[in-house]
Ligand binder design. Structure first.
Ligand code: SME
Length: 146
């Protein structure tokens, strides 16, 4: 195969891969009314780096150190974080004034945390056990695509 063709095809493959995560984010955002902002953070050099996201506004928190905020806490512990009232949680890094509650679900691959799903809701205490079970399944599906 010609090297240039191979390079172009690999670029396409990588683009499809990133579109795939974006498609999942878009689907989650439009499928559940209580998901007001949906994003995937990916761990790079000990930082959570924002990947695909969907919501009304961009967040300024595109790079979050491990251990900082609700996102950083989940990345450190490897455990799902549910915050029913973001204004009552000292760790919370504010992104949108409309956000009332948040869920962060780590994505773990071979016992290593590689990223996380972060969802904000404009409704207080929006996330139930159903969301936790569902999003942990999605996180498990996504681990091969990070
Ligand atoms: N609220 C998060 C920061 C990310 S934004 O919600 C998109 C946190 O406390 O880590």
């Amino acid at each position: 195969m010609d090297y240039n063709r191979a390079e172009d095809r690999i670029k396409e493959i990588l683009l499809e891969e990133s579109n795939l995560l974006q498609c999942v984010v878009d689907f989650l955002y439009k499928s559940f009314d209580h998901y007001s902002w949906v994003g995937i953070y990916i761990i790079r050099d000990n930082l959570l780096v924002l990947g695909p996201w969907r919501g009304e506004q961009a967040t300024e928190h595109t790079h979050i150190p491990i251990g900082k905020g609700v996102c950083g806490s989940a990345a450190r512990s490897g455990k799902t974080e549910v915050v029913d009232d973001v204004n009552m949680d000292d760790r919370y890094l504010a992104c949108f004034t409309s956000t009332k509650s948040e869920i962060v679900v780590p994505i773990t691959k071979n016992d290593k945390i590689v990223g996380e799903i972060d969802i904000d809701s404009d409704q207080p205490a929006a996330f139930t056990d159903n969301d936790i079970v569902f999003l942990e399944k999605i996180s498990d599906m996504l681990k091969e695509h990070i």
